[in-house]
Write a protein that binds this ligand. Structure first.
Ligand code: PD2
Ligand code: ZN
Length: 288
């Protein structure tokens, strides 16, 4: 312990904190300390130490929320470094993989016909996209997400059932742990600003959302068309941009609801044409 620390009595500490919290400027507190006999340098050091300790006490709760244990994750079978995986007779190419964040880009996950059919089936049901309302766990229209969207029920049609079985086989994650397929259409200028797909435990609405299958642990964004310009899926923490190409998909997983997963991601603005995607979110447990 330094000589200085010994001189900061609990009473003095309380007095400095009270002055600061009452809105007194540090220079006025310093003047008052000097007037009561403190040397200037020692008084400044005492002020700095006391106020930085107080700031550490007040730091937002988020920084002390435990990360939680890492959870098992969806993951394709990449043991022998395959270039193609055959899932239910359908070839899926492995284009790019990254470890941290865990990101995998697949080629040819959907056929052109499947993409066309998903667009045609969803088009009449599109509405302005919503995001989760953090306070209640419900949804709300939000300027950070300017696409139109809709959800299919799990297994709603034979096409959806086939695609969901392919995804489950590819990522080795049960069909019933998946949310219903979401379709998004971005028009020129539309974007999805960077966000995490997991539900932040600090928000009051999260507990309700987690009742339906626990946390999200993975996201698969499938590109249904190739926009004329823009629309990459971006990972700003690592400077990665995945270009949208019809039939391809980007998958990423997160073993905890925390930015340390580096899974911050967004949909860059579409600059020309439209961008259509289908998103499958995967939960820890059975999504009901
Ligand atoms: O459309 C995208 O690229 C995109 C970007 C970020 C989709 C999502 N998030 C999503 O559906 O969660
Ligand atoms: Zn997202």
């Amino acid at each position: 312990m330094t000589a200085l620390a010994q001189t900061i009595t609990p009473e003095l500490r309380r007095w400095i904190v009270a002055q600061a919290e009452a809105g007194c400027r540090p220079e006025d507190v310093l003047q008052a300390m000097k007037a009561s006999g403190w040397g200037e340098e020692v008084a400044i050091a005492a002020l700095e130490q006391t106020l930085s300790e107080r700031l550490a006490e007040l730091r937002p709760a988020a920084s002390v929320v435990p990360l939680g244990a890492a959870t098992p994750l969806p993951e394709p079978a990449l043991g022998d470094a395959p270039t193609v995986l055959h899932i239910e007779g359908h070839p899926v190419r492995l284009l790019t993989t990254m470890r941290h964040p865990r990101v995998i880009v697949f080629g040819g996950l959907l056929t052109d016909t499947e993409c066309e059919e998903l667009m045609a089936l969803s088009r009449p049901r599109l509405e302005r996209s919503k995001t989760v309302d953090n306070a209640t766990g419900g949804d709300e229209v939000n300027a950070s997400r300017t696409s139109d969207g809709m959800f299919f029920e799990r297994g709603e049609t034979a096409l959806i059932t086939r695609i969901e079985a392919r995804i489950a086989g590819l990522l080795r994650w049960p069909v019933n742990h998946g949310e219903g397929l979401q379709i998004l259409r971005y028009r020129p200028g539309a974007e999805y600003r960077p966000h995490h797909d997991y539900f932040d435990p600090v928000h009051p609405g999260t507990a309700k959302i987690l009742e339906r299958g626990g946390q999200r642990v993975g996201t698969l964004v499938m590109y249904l068309n190739t926009p004329e310009g823009g629309g990459a899926t971006t990972f700003p923490d690592v400077g990665l941009e995945v270009g949208p190409v019809r039939g391809n998909a980007v998958f990423f997983s997160y073993d905890r609801a925390h930015p340390s997963t580096r899974t911050l991601h967004g949909g860059a603005p579409v600059t020309a044409g439209e961008k259509w995607v289908a998103t499958k979110w995967l939960r820890q447990g059975v999504f009901v």
